[in-house]
Ligand binder design. Structure first.
Ligand code: TRP
Length: 449
């Protein structure tokens, strides 16, 4: 059976954009901004997206398109030897990320319901409503529903499932958020919010760069879906005649626009309702948006549109995470797509069950996956591409673009030194942070005995 491909070039770009835009932009980004000093974080984050994210994305693209294989096969084909286990690591990371991502996706589905029925207005407080949504049997059911949606789309295949899905979902995300940003502009707190969000304090950056650097790098990797073979897998469904540079720029620009747009929606809403944007924790965006919209004109409609967009964005990212696992099962074991998707989906669902019982598992999974595994996967792939196979990488990038001349070496040297260095620093900070988190959680547990 012939391997599947994208039907159109725009189909590939939208799928990659759909993967990139997700809970990372809407759930994670606003609170990274508020915890890391507002506009100061923005400056750092934008620099990282351009200087680190874009070159790293190109590296994943060339490996995928050159080999036309799933991430395990691709890396084995590209490098051979022990490197093949790196592909296995990627598949494993896909399992871990999607297992908790789907639980949060389930929360979003419940908030859509809550906006329709007025549920979060009826509960005594927005925080109490979140407490109800966050854990328990209903949370488990919502997690199952979200996984079923993911399985349904991916089982239909590349063109009939993923490509068709993202052609509807990505324009919907842009349109609804555009409308919400215009609405947010009319709110009384808009001016104050824009100042907070858009005018950086250089002094702050100088003083806090040690925490800004890893935060911005981590967010850059997570939001662009780098570090676990999504972009390898998606590029493996491409023909040779495409310009990967232009594709990469389009994806980075669209994804960054949605993050910026999210800030233009979220911060005016929060400032206008007098909600502190620095409230943190996995429930932050849920509690604060629900609380804020209750006091605003057309609040319930705004809440409904907001959570609907978050759900669509989460779904179009989740399908990319499972596709890494599914394409591996199809290519390596000759499994058929429907069977591979169902098996992967059920396994991921089970891994997510603990998360539905106690929100501490979100941090446990998220810090491990995003701050350690993704960065580790990213740094290893960058070493492989830039130090060991630079010639082939440049040659592959030139397919569909033409002779790159010194731009090719500029790209390789960007990856060889600055990208790898920043990732190593982030990895170190990620590991020490995780150890602190684990000892803290353990001490807390002992305290309850
Ligand atoms: N980028 C997505 C988001 O911002 C999440 C995501 C999808 C992801 N695929 C990924 C993150 C692969 C890391 C690696 O929500």
């Amino acid at each position: 059976m012939a391997r599947e491909t994208w039907g159109t070039r725009i189909g590939f770009i939208l799928a990659a954009v759909g993967s990139a835009i997700g809970l990372g932009n809407i759930w994670r980004f606003p609170f990274q901004v508020s915890q890391e000093g507002g506009a100061a974080f923005m400056v750092m984050y934008l620099a990282f997206i351009i200087l680190i994210g874009f070159p790293a994305m190109l590296a994943e693209f060339v490996v995928g398109r050159k080999t036309e294989l799933n991430t395990v096969g691709a890396i084995r084909d590209f490098a051979g030897g022990y490197w093949q286990y790196l592909g296995g690591l990627f598949v494993f990371i896909g399992f871990v990320i999607l297992s908790y991502y789907s639980v949060i996706g389930g929360w979003v589905l419940r908030y859509i319901l809550g906006s329709v029925t007025g549920g979060y207005a009826a509960t005594e407080s927005a925080a109490a409503y979140f407490g109800m949504v966050a854990t328990g049997t209903d949370t488990l059911i919502a997690h199952a529903v979200f996984m079923l949606l993911v399985i349904g789309i991916v089982a239909l295949g590349i063109q009939q499932g993923i490509e068709l899905g993202v052609k509807v979902m990505v324009p919907a995300i842009l349109a609804i958020f555009g409308i919400l940003a215009v609405y947010a502009f009319t709110l009384p707190g808009a001016g104050e919010a824009y100042a907070y969000y858009l005018s950086p304090d250089i002094g702050y950056i100088m003083q806090n760069w040690q925490s800004l650097v890893p935060a911005a790098a981590g967010q850059g990797f997570f939001t662009l879906s780098l570090g676990m073979g999504v972009m390898i897998t998606y590029a493996s469904y491409l023909g040779d005649d495409k310009n990967l540079g232009i594709d990469g720029i389009s994806i980075v620009v669209l994804n960054t626009s949605v993050s910026i747009l999210t800030g233009l929606v979220v911060f005016p809403i929060l400032f206008s309702a007098g909600v502190d944007p620095a409230t943190s924790g996995p429930g932050a965006i849920f509690v604060s948006i629900a609380e804020a919209v209750l006091d605003l004109p057309f609040g319930r409609v705004v809440g409904l549109l907001f959570f609907l967009t978050v759900a669509i964005a989460a779904l179009s990212s989740a399908i990319s995470l499972i596709e890494v696992v599914v394409s591996y099962a199809i290519d390596e074991f000759g499994m058929d797509r429907v069977k591979a998707t169902v098996i992967a989906g059920v396994a991921i669902f089970i891994l997510g069950v603990p998360v539905t019982m106690n929100t501490v598992f979100i941090n446990l999974y998220d810090i491990l996956a995003a701050q350690i595994l993704l960065v580790l996967g990213g740094v290893l792939l960058m070493v492989l591409v830039s130090w060991l196979h630079a010639g082939e990488a440049i040659e592959e990038l030139e397919q569909g673009i033409g002779d790159l001349g010194s731009i090719g070496s500029l790209w390789i040297w960007m990856v060889r030194v600055p990208v790898i260095l920043v990732l190593l620093v982030s990895l170190y900070l990620g590991v020490t942070g995780y150890i602190d988190f684990l000892t803290g959680a353990f001490a807390e547990y002992l305290g309850t005995l």
